[in-house]
Design a protein around this ligand. Structure first.
Ligand code: ZN
Length: 139
């Protein structure tokens, strides 16, 4: 069995954003040389997510509005977590809803997606350097 590990780095200038990271993951699969296996992609931070859905800007806007209704950033004093001096309680909650990681099958050297599936990095507490792990196993 072969394995491959790579960290992707992001430094989003805004507090929140969704980025399509499918091309970077495809590049990792190509470099790994693995034809049959699995790729795990996970955020290495508890205030950002990795998830799979449609690359459609209206949907991404809808996610942002929906997540802000579920866990509004302001007023920051509404959250116990922010008593620690942080202001990112909402980002922890948004990350929980949108998930930590995805696993995608690799078949014939390609990501074996369902219809319209793409991999996204969801940032909820940006303006700093963050990491995503890509781990590939197979042969
Ligand atoms: Zn925090």
């Amino acid at each position: 069995m072969k394995s491959f590990r790579r960290e992707l780095f992001f430094n989003i200038p805004k507090r929140r954003a969704f980025i399509n990271i499918t091309p970077q993951v495809e590049e990792c699969v190509r470099e790994s040389g693995i034809r049959e296996g699995l790729v795990l992609v996970n955020s290495m931070h508890i205030t950002s997510s990795v998830f799979i859905n449609d690359d459609e800007s209206g949907l991404h806007h809808d996610y942002d509005v929906w997540l802000e209704k579920l866990a509004p950033h302001e007023p920051i004093r509404q959250y116990k977590h922010n008593d620690t001096g942080e202001d990112n309680a909402d980002a922890h909650l948004k990350r929980q809803v949108m998930g930590r990681e995805v696993v995608v099958a690799i078949t014939n050297g390609k990501l074996d997606f369902g219809t319209w599936e793409q991999i996204f990095y969801g940032e909820f507490d940006g303006k700093r350097r963050k990491r995503v792990l890509v781990k590939i196993v197979g042969e």
